[in-house]
Design a protein around this ligand. Structure first.
Ligand SMILES: C[S@@+](CC[C@H](N)C(=O)[O-])C[C@H]1O[C@@H](n2cnc3c(N)ncnc32)[C@H](O)[C@@H]1O
Length: 244
């Protein structure tokens, strides 16, 4: 069996494998590569440390990737979600990397995975061990809280200093798609008040957002921001949005 070896990479951050997954159908598994690309882009562009906030944090893939791989560039790591069960999962995911008892519990939980393939379980456990060992060198404050992102101006106003928002918001539901004059339009519901408030918040230095490639959000983003489309990945487009 080929066991994984350090250094830790974003590929280790996998919901349902190394990470806990919330029992919520509305929070799909998010590929850490997308979060990694957004974070790398953010930190290529700025030298000084900044508060990082994911207001649709789900299981916490972006937060865990940021914690493991970019901690030196972050002042405080913040995450929120409207769903308590999802938030609790993000909390557990950040917890097991730091707390030896929670780590042991994580290893036991992987042992109970339904697969008969014991080699796979050993591989996930070994990845967890590398992540845990790596995390022992990290000293970064993490704040998680329940929050409705349609009220994000309140959360942003409570942050001291500049903040970068890096996020994977809910996608327009397929049922909301409609055809108008041959054009498809999506209901971006939650997103519009969110974007409006982020665009107005004086302390948001940058917004990096990903969205499903088949859901054309660019016109909406351009209503509020100067937008740079970046190279997407894993079926998602990535946009850097800056205040005009
Ligand atoms: C696409 S998922 C994000 C998945 C996440 N990247 C992860 O690592 O699991 C979108 C998240 O937005 C949350 N959400 C939906 N409406 C929200 C709202 N009004 N405020 C905050 N979070 C919301 C959902 O609970 C869901 O977890």
């Amino acid at each position: 069996m080929h066991l994984p070896q350090g250094p830790v990479t974003y590929k280790y951050v996998e919901v349902g494998k190394t990470l806990y997954q919330a029992l919520s159908t509305r929070t799909p598994r998010f590929p850490s590569r997308v979060g990694y690309v957004m974070l790398k882009t953010l930190f290529e562009d700025r030298q000084d440390a900044i508060t990082l906030y994911d207001p649709f944090c789900g299981n916490g893939v972006i937060l865990c990737t940021a914690y493991l791989l970019f901690s030196e560039r972050i002042k405080t790591l913040m995450g929120s979600d409207i769903e308590p069960v999802v938030l609790e999962t993000a909390q557990r995911n950040l917890q097991w990397m730091r707390d030896p008892n929670a780590f042991k519990e994580r290893l036991r939980a992987i042992q109970t995975y339904k697969t008969q393939n014991d080699d796979l379980k050993v591989q996930y456990q070994e990845r967890c061990r590398l992540m845990f060992n790596h995390a022992q060198q990290i000293h970064l404050d993490v704040e998680l809280f329940q929050h409705d992102a349609t009220q994000i101006h309140k959360a942003l106003a409570a942050i001291d200093g500049e903040v970068a928002v890096v996020t994977d918001p809910p996608y327009a539901h397929n049922d909301h798609w409609q055809s108008q004059d041959g054009l498809e339009a999506a209901d971006f519901g939650t997103l519009e008040p969110f974007l409006q408030q982020v665009a107005k918040a004086p302390n948001v230095a940058s917004l990096l957002i990903c969205y499903r490639l088949d859901q054309p959000i660019l016109p909406l983003l351009k209503t509020y921001f100067a937008v740079t489309p970046l190279d997407g990945t894993k079926g998602r487009a990535i946009y850097r949005c800056q205040r005009r």
